[in-house]
Design a protein around this ligand. Structure first.
Ligand code: CAA
Length: 288
């Protein structure tokens, strides 16, 4: 089976930066795109900060740090993606943003290239449908923080060619060293279908005054040995992202348990988005 060696990542936010990092650390040639120079500079800084953290903690040697940086390049134009064999889209969790990227990638990429989306909840079939290569489109859903979490969900659609799915599974497992689970193309796939109702329930519990944020989180950390409580996890995911995921899932199933509660909506409207904005359910010294 042919392995991917030239990879593109579109979007260098929380997830895109993590995806680009793990690909470069695995030895791949990685080209990262953002919409403009300012977003590109912010993304590059996010990526470099994470690699510096790896160096400080001893996970990367100086030589590995340097080699990883050397495998990363950056552009503000998708036209530069013509030689990419696999492109992972990781832009904001909004259908119109993702379809615009898919259309442009389809125009620019070679006929054999595979397009993947890191969406958590937007139907992969809808993204595939805007391209002329639906059989080469697949979902690859990473988890945050990408360098730490060992899972990738792989989502073929009814149109994805079996050999494309197998190549992407091999990329996830053999190249990146993660574990792949396959999921059907239903909003939320496996993990978010279980996680999102839990997270929004925690917001409703806080909103109803049943318990404080600290007590809700301590309940799940100390009572159930979760690494972090649901409200702190929402701060890590980003409240805007969590709201978008919950909306897509509600849109798909019309199940009230997926609907984003008013408190989550108000916090997003207020710009308190969690760690990345310095304040969410908790406050943070530094954004990121
Ligand atoms: N990048 C790289 N490494 C990181 C990191 C980051 N952003 N954050 C933490 N780490 C590493 C640390 O270097 C450390 O590594 P070592 O043990 O080898 O030293 C390890 O992770 C633990 O970190 P810390 O000691 O700083 O902090 P912690 O023990 O509190 O762990 C955590 C932090 C890894 C985030 C942990 O709390 C955790 O796993 N939380 C749950 C995260 C989770 O559920 N993620 C899934 C979210 S859902 C999602 O992403 C999908 C979606 O669509 C919404």
């Amino acid at each position: 089976m042919r392995q991917f060696s030239r990879v593109g990542v579109v979007g260098c936010g929380l997830m895109g930066a993590g995806i680009a990092e793990v690909c470069a650390r695995a030895g791949l040639d990685v080209l990262v795109a953002e919409r403009d120079e300012a977003a590109l500079a912010a993304g590059r800084e996010r990526l470099t900060a994470s690699l510096d953290r790896g160096l400080r903690s001893g996970k990367l040697t100086g030589a590995e740090h340097e080699a990883t940086l050397g495998r990363l390049s950056f552009t503000a134009s998708l036209a530069d993606f013509a030689d990419r064999e696999l492109v992972i889209e990781a832009v904001a969790e909004r259908p119109e943003a993702k379809t615009a990227v898919f259309k442009e990638l389809d125009r620019v990429l070679g006929a054999d290239a595979v397009i993947a989306s890191n969406t958590s909840s937007i139907p992969i079939t809808d993204l595939a449908a805007v391209t002329g290569r639906p059989h080469q489109v697949v979902g690859v859903h990473f988890f945050n923080p990408v360098p730490v979490q060992r899972l990738i969900e792989i989502i073929p659609t009814q149109l994805t060619t079996g050999s494309v799915t197998e190549r992407v599974v091999a990329f996830a497992e053999d190249t990146l060293g993660k574990t792949a689970v396959r999921a059907r193309d239903r909003a939320g796939f496996v993990v978010n279908a279980l996680l999102v109702p839990y997270l929004v329930s925690a917001v409703r519990m806080l909103e109803s005054g049943a318990a404080s944020a600290e007590d809700i989180d301590n309940g799940m950390v100390l009572g159930c040995s979760h690494p972090m409580g649901p409200l702190r996890l929402l701060d890590l995911i980003g409240l805007d992202t969590a709201q978008s995921i919950a909306e897509s899932m509600y849109e798909e199933f019309k199940e009230p348990l997926y609907a984003p509660p008013p408190l989550l909506r108000r916090m997003v409207a207020a710009g308190t988005l969690g760690r990345k904005s310095g304040r969410g359910f908790y406050t943070y010294d530094t954004a990121g």
